[in-house]
Structure formats: C-alpha cells, structure tokens
Ligand binder design. Structure first.
Ligand code: ATP
Length: 362
C-alpha cells in the first residue's frame, strides 16, 4: 500500500521533534529512515503506527487520511529492538497472537502460523518459549508475528541493534529475503548507515526533525545533497576553498595553492564564493609511479599509517600541498601497497569530489 506523509509536524512541549515532513513510501518498497539519535525517527514511526497524532499535516494509507484512525485499526506490523515477545507463550502462540485478536478461524490460523514460521525458518522451534531462543531466533519470531497479519505497513524500529555483528549480517540477508518474498511495504528505522545502504530500496536521511534527502542508496551515497548527509553516510575528508573559475558543469576551486577541477556540480556558484569540498577515502586513487601525464587533481603524499582490514586496507596520508591535514585513503589489499613513508602521486577524479557552500553545516 502506498503511504504518504504530508507536511507532518509533531511537538513535545516546545521541541519540534518532527518538522514539516513529507514522504512517500512506495507500495512494496523497503524504505529506511536513517539519522542520528534524537533526530525524530521513532516519533515519525509512532505517528505512522497511530501512537501519536500529528499537530499538523496528514497521513494517508492509500488515498484515505489516517490521522484519527487508532493503532488497532491501522493494520501495521511492528518489530522492536527488544523483540517484545510474550515470555509465557510459546513461539507458535506468540506468532498466532495477531490472528487471535482478529478472530481468524482455527484451521486458517494453523496454516498461516505454519507459513509464517516457515518463512522465517523457525518451524522446528514452534513449541519453545522465548527464553529458550537466541536473540537472532527471537527476532525471527518477532518478524513472523508481524508479517502473519499481512500488514499494510511493516514498521521496524532498529530491529538488529541488540544482535552481535555476525548475526546482524545474517539477519540482514534474512530481512532482504523475507521482504522480497512477501512484497510488504515497510519502513525501517536505524542510525546504522551500513544497514541502510545494504538493505534499503530508498533512504530518507533525517536530521533535527526534517528529511534532508530521500533517494536510492547509491544516489544518496555518491551524490549527497548536504555536508551532513555526506558525513552521515560514510567517512569523508573536507577542505575549505574558494571558487576560482566557473564554466557550466566544470568548476575550478582553490584550496591553499592547489587548484581542483570539479565536474559534478548541482548548485550554482559564483567566482570568489567560499566553498567546502569533500572526498571519500575510496576515491583517492594511488597512481602508478611511471605515469607521465598527470591527470587533474593529482597531488603527492606520503603514507604515514596503514591499517589492514582483510580485503581492504586504510592508509593515512599527509601531503605538503595541504599542510596540517591528514586524509584517509582506502585501497584493495595487494602485494603492491607502498611502504610507510614512501611518497606517491594520488588523484581524485573530478566527478568524485563533492562541493557545497561553506555556510552549510556538516
Ligand atoms: P534514537 O535513535 O535515539 O531512538 P530518534 O531519532 O528515534 O532517536 P525520537 O525518539 O523520535 O528520536 O526523539 C526526537 C526528539 O523528541 C528527541 O529530542 C527526544 O528527546 C524527544 N522526545 C521523544 N519522545 C518524547 C516524549 N514522549 N516526550 C518528550 N520528548 C520526547
């Protein structure tokens, strides 16, 4: 079902927890709400579930305004960080709960419980109680309990945050699979950018009660529309500079004595404007030592530290061109990685540099 928020605002006293938020959650899509602690994610989720009423604005499920529809009439499935299972009921009884409330006949209930437990691969645990299950298994039961009611909207509030790293990664695969099998419309709240980037079909990045950007994971990572979004989605280094020359989609920016060419430009800039430019560690490319024609945006730097992370290694670079700055650089681990202290040429492709007005907050 298509879910639409139109200019939703919610205060707690004088605090505007959600500020004029408009958002469309497309039918069958897994949409993420991503942002730092306290930015208003849970409040927005609770507004959708019906636990809060908006101070202004409208919430639509399909084409019906749901502002005053109570939670029990919204057909939302919810999954919380702490699983919220009934401790005295078996897995089967926990999963059946939503069907009991809806007075579904016994035969149909039995079949749907079996189907839901099979979907989350928990059939053989049907007779256990939650305290006989691991965290990951409890979260699977919570998933089964939420999807069994065939919700119009599935709401997930940091569902994996209590699991260890290995289980979290395994559960990501499970959620991806279950979502593609059920085709449910879902909103997933998290502050973990890697979870959002790896699972979402669309991400809304929230900051201080507003949605800063709403786009696909690749677009939001590669083309963030603000320094905040750029920094929240992954590691990034910044330099301050001034526009030296503007030619349609080709800017020259001066930082210190260095001239950068930038070709991916979304704002309009005038010569002399103060700007900040940002680049991600994986976009700093080490050039081969025998290259003669150095491309635009090449600078020499030495590696002062290398951290090996398995498939990748992370270098820390210093360069006399940018005194007092250290840059992170990521590259695939290979026998060719330079030794600490060696000076090499590095380049950032002109379409990989991000540029924003100097006034925008990081
Ligand atoms: P987290 O990731 O830490 O859960 P969040 O992004 O979900 O944070 P919210 O829980 O939506 O943030 O809170 C947004 C703001 O509203 C915060 O400043 C919070 O302190 C405040 N807030 C939330 N619920 C209430 C409430 N019931 N009464 C008063 N203030 C509240």
């Amino acid at each position: 079902m298509l879910i639409r928020l139109e200019n939703i605002t919610k205060h707690f006293g004088s605090l505007k927890a959600v500020n004029q938020v408009s958002l469309e959650i497309k039918d069958g899509e897994l949409t993420f709400l991503l942002g730092p602690s306290g930015c208003g994610k849970t409040t927005l989720l609770r507004l959708l579930a019906g636990f809060y009423t908006p101070d202004s604005g409208n919430i639509y499920f399909g084409d019906k305004c749901f502002n005053n529809i109570p939670p029990e009439q919204r057909n939302c499935g919810m999954i919380f960080q702490n699983y919220a299972l009934w401790p005295h009921l078996t897995v089967e009884q926990n999963v059946a709960y939503g069907l009991d409330v809806r007075k579904i006949p016994a035969e149909e209930k039995k079949e749907r419980v079996r189907e839901a437990l099979a979907t989350v691969r928990m059939l053989e645990y049907a007779q256990r109680t939650p305290n006989q299950l691991s965290g990951g298994q409890q979260q699977r039961v919570a998933l089964a309990r939420a999807i069994i009611i065939r919700p119009d909207l599935l709401l997930l509030d940091e569902p994996l945050c209590n699991l260890d790293t290995r289980l979290r990664l395994a559960m990501r695969d499970e959620i991806r699979r279950i979502h593609s099998e059920t085709g449910l419309t879902a909103l997933y709240v998290t502050h973990d950018h890697s979870e959002a980037l790896s699972l979402a079909q669309r991400i809304a990045v929230m900051n201080e009660g507003i949605i800063e950007q709403y786009a696909s994971p690749t677009e939001i990572y590669q083309f963030p529309n603000s320094p905040f979004v750029a920094g929240f989605l992954g590691e990034i280094d910044w330099l301050e500079g001034k526009i030296e020359k503007c030619e349609q989609n080709n800017l020259t920016v001066k930082t210190g004595n260095f001239l950068w060419q930038i070709t991916h430009v979304t704002h309009t800039y005038k010569t002399g404007t103060s700007v900040q430019i940002g680049f991600r560690p994986e976009n700093i490319i080490q050039l081969p030592s025998d290259i003669h024609d150095l491309p635009a945006n090449t600078f020499s730097a030495s590696i002062i530290q290398t951290i090996h992370m398995g498939a990748l290694c992370e270098n820390t670079l210093i360069s006399q061109t940018f005194p007092e700055k250290k840059f992170k650089q990521l590259q695939l681990t290979s026998p060719l990685i330079s030794k600490i202290g060696t000076i090499n040429n590095f380049q950032i492709p002109p379409d990989r540099l991000l540029i924003f007005p100097a006034t925008e907050k990081k």
